[in-house]
Design a protein around this ligand. Structure first.
Ligand SMILES: C[S@@+](CC[C@H](N)C(=O)[O-])C[C@H]1O[C@@H](n2cnc3c(N)ncnc32)[C@H](O)[C@@H]1O
Ligand SMILES: [Zn+2]
Length: 271
């Protein structure tokens, strides 16, 4: 059994290597790169389907230089310490799989990556062969109720209700979020009046925060291409005027603070 759930009838999906099919004969082809598209057409009526090719490529190139390795190592330590063997782990909003790939080597069991962007999954499924990848929405995960031990959610939308549905009763959620000072110096280079990030509101009804680790350090982005890639992988790229962007792109190097929160939540039992 694959763990994937048919998005039409909610039955189990089985793979023959070419397609996933349920017992009602709903069938979903596996792409040549290895992912399956389980996004229903009514879920894809948004204008943009997650991150586009440029964002995905920029993020891949930037992350592969190791600037966020400390966060990736902390995530892997957290997985090693908390995920038992034979677990089912889902990386929701996995992007092109920088963290998914590292997590793959941190536990024994089944690993899945979900993202709404086909462009991101093309990269992820090409690079990581021992995980299952599906185009899907975080808000309608193609997994059965109580089928996962752990959900990983790194800088990606959090669909708490669906996370709650899919996690087993002793399941938990590992989240990484940007904190107040994240990319502060990049914002100072772009804007006359930069603002600090507002911390994301926690969902206290469904999940209990059991651990919180803060990671704050400086990175020296000493290459014009890396600065451009960093800019392109942020939401500022689409929000910033040309003149402001040019200020940043004139720089030969940029030293900036990065500031992450790594959180572990336990699923609450609702009476
Ligand atoms: C900032 S990126 C983070 C990617 C990856 N976790 C990382 O940190 O490298 C956010 C990701 O969430 C995806 N995304 C956005 N909306 C989504 C949704 N509704 N369901 C699933 N993924 C979504 C985007 O396509 C993108 O790949
Ligand atoms: Zn079906």
């Amino acid at each position: 059994m694959s763990c994937f759930m048919c998005p039409v009838c909610k039955g189990d999906l089985h793979s023959d290597g070419k397609a996933y099919t349920c017992e009602n004969n709903h069938s979903f082809d596996i792409s040549k790169d290895g992912y399956v598209n389980l996004l229903m057409s009514q879920q894809s009526s948004f204008k943009r389907h997650g991150d586009d090719k440029l964002m995905v490529r920029s993020r891949r190139d930037f992350l592969n230089k190791g600037y966020y390795k400390a966060l990736c190592d902390a995530l892997c330590d957290c997985v090693k310490a908390n995920v038992k063997s034979n677990s089912v782990v889902i990386d929701v909003g996995c992007g092109e799989g920088y963290y998914t790939n590292a997590v793959r080597n941190s536990f024994e069991g089944q690993l899945f990556g979900i993202d709404i962007s086909k462009d991101a999954l093309r990269f992820a499924s090409k690079a990581i062969k021992n995980a299952g990848f599906s185009v899907a929405s975080a808000f309608s995960l193609p997994f059965k109720n109580e089928s996962a031990d752990c959900i990983i959610n790194i800088f990606a939308p959090s669909a708490y209700e669906d996370f709650y549905r899919v996690l087993k009763s002793d399941g938990f959620l590992i989240k990484a979020v940007p904190l107040e000072n994240h990319l502060w110096d990049l914002k100072c280079a772009l804007y006359d009046e930069p603002y600090k990030n507002k911390p994301e509101k926690r969902n206290d009804e469904l999940f209990e925060l059991v651990s919180f680790n803060e990671l704050e350090y400086k990175i020296n982005v000493a290459d014009k291409d890396d600065i451009l890639n960093l800019f392109r992988m942020t939401p500022y790229y689409y929000k910033t005027g040309k003149a402001e962007a040019e200020r940043l792109l004139k720089l030969d190097s940029l030293e900036t603070t990065v500031h992450f929160g790594l959180e572990i939540y336990k699923k609450r039992s609702l009476l």
